[in-house]
Design a protein around this ligand. Sequence first.
Ligand code: LLP
Length: 432
Amino acid sequence: MRRPTNERGHLTIGGIDATVLADTYGTPLYVYDVEKIRENARSFVRTFEALDVKAQVAYASKAFSSIAMLQVAKEEGLSLDVVSQGEMYTAIEADFPPEKMHLHGNNKSVEELEMAIDMGIGCIVVDNFYELDLLEALLKEKEKRIDVLLRVTPGIEAHTHDYILTGQEDSKFGFDLSNGQAEAALKQLLHHDQILLKGLHCHIGSQIFETDGFIMAVRKLFDALEGWRDEHGFIPEVMNLGGGFGIRYTSEDEPLPLNMYVNELVKEVKRQAYDRDFELPEIWIEPGRSIVGDAGVTLYSVGSIKRIPDVRTYIAVNGGMTDNLRPALYNAKYAAAVANRMNEPLCETVSIAGKCCESGDMLIWDLEVPEIQSGDLLATFSTGAYGYSMANHYNRFPKAAVVFVENGEHQLVIQRESYQDTTRFDLPYTRG
Ligand code: LLP
């Protein structure tokens, strides 16, 4: 893939020389092209607008949550999927309207539910009976009402190209459709005057490249809904189909254009609603990765180079599984380039190692690079989702900084942690 390069043969991100960013802020450095984030968000929002259906595009903030990011999400008119007190707190700090947030989670705490109720959250996605009981008790105590969606497991698990239709659902999330649990929850909700059931939610997986899984899910939801309308008179106002739209990490990935996912989803919901004589519900989605993933690049400095003749060359960078856990955790693949040698011919195959004390800390196996030296700048691409958000302090590495670039300007939006930060919460043991 051709990457943007300037006259010095350097990679540019949002029009800015990557070496300037590295010199200004240090490495490792997460850099986001904000125009790309906006473009991704708009392709979802505008497709719904063009189809003239009522919709909400909720950014799944687990992919990358920070005050600056949520400001951008708000500016783009997105709603927000939050899954914890921390994500809710960040959203409040970013001045994100609570009525546009949806709270998820398979084990929401009393504190999380209370925070959501007190701030007037848009809706809670109810996941299990334990939560329902907590919610009922809290609402009674507070004399408040709340909108909810019922999260169901439709028995479809989609990962990239594989769809597994499981007869017996096996997931820690949601109420099972097949064994009557979802219907029991529905009955409990319908008889509650402080909980308004707006509709159903399902999420079938992540990094999905085809629309069949979503289509299967829509059909399964309508199968259930048809029965529930007859039995219980329930008509949904909202159908939330989750996130999971795939992005390109390497040239092997072939994601669909984002508008295509929306087009196909809407087409199927319309078809099912029409065939079964339902009013068209509002369609909500929760993309995370597809909004921020390909907008992020991580910059590293190359350090030690270990050549094992006839075996492999290890190029070590000053980050690794602490700033990008995905290769170690999921065997995820990434594309990369030497950002200060973009026009030089590729002449060797190397493997990119992280600096953690762990053999599995490898970012990329077998990458074609030009002649590379210690001190060069390595850029890994499409690191915008689940990179910073899953960063950790293994080996007591401070977390890297995050910079936004837009309109030819760059700005620090998350500071680099210092070594003092690594012991900030440590207390000396005084009984020893
Ligand atoms: N909605 C729900 C209910 C979810 O569980 C998720 C992701 C999303 C939306 C957003 O999915 P996305 O559009 O980002 O695929 N750490 C993993 C991904 C975990 C996704 C968990 N749930 C990774 O790095 O690939």
